[in-house]
Write a protein that binds this ligand. Sequence first.
Ligand SMILES: NC(=O)c1ccc[n+]([C@@H]2O[C@H](COP(=O)([O-])OP(=O)(O)OC[C@H]3O[C@@H](n4cnc5c(N)ncnc54)[C@H](OP(=O)(O)O)[C@@H]3O)[C@@H](O)[C@H]2O)c1
Length: 175
Amino acid sequence: MATHFYTASSLDGFIATADHSLEWLLSQDFDQDGPMAYPAFVEGIGALAMGASTYEWLLRAQGEEPWPYTQPTWVFTHRELAVPSGADVRFVQGEVSDAHAAMRLAAGGDDIWVVGGGDLAGQFADAGLLDEVWIQFAPVTLGAGAPLFPRALEFELLDVARNRGFLCGHYRVVG
Ligand SMILES: NC(=O)c1ccc[n+]([C@@H]2O[C@H](COP(=O)([O-])OP(=O)(O)OC[C@H]3O[C@@H](n4cnc5c(N)ncnc54)[C@H](OP(=O)(O)O)[C@@H]3O)[C@@H](O)[C@H]2O)c1
């Protein structure tokens, strides 16, 4: 059972623009059956964690579409946010270690996915609870935006692949 941060990034280390747009990413071509693609990754995931901005982006992006995850999702926020019908969403705040224990139980032996943002993934790393990081680097720079991983950490490169225009890295968090 491992905890992963799996995300796409610009080449200069941003996962969204400053106004939380992902147009720069969604306009790219990515082979969903290719190396390090999302469908194979998410098969092993039993619980999700995300911050409030990521959750709000998802709600906007889904519109009237149904909630995309069957797994329970922990949303870190200090606010009261809407929950789409049929979604298993649990709002939490404070130390990520408390939520992580509950996520482990709910995941039932499957892995945990920290969807984002980068600082939330960093909070899991600070607590020694982040095992692996997967980054798909899009052939784009943004100049500014939501940071990929605002921490000083070391990683071991486990695997690298090309998926269309993306450079994909799979890392183990060393410390
Ligand atoms: N490129 C990709 O593949 C990818 C992947 C994931 C996300 N994204 C995008 O990247 C952006 C990330 O936004 P972001 O950097 O603002 O990060 P975020 O983690 O999505 O949201 C940050 C917010 O989460 C809440 N939060 C974080 N830690 C908390 C804690 N321990 N307890 C309580 N609340 C906590 C706070 O919100 P409040 O205090 O306001 O409640 C904080 O302002 C979003 O636009 C998202 O859509 C991109």
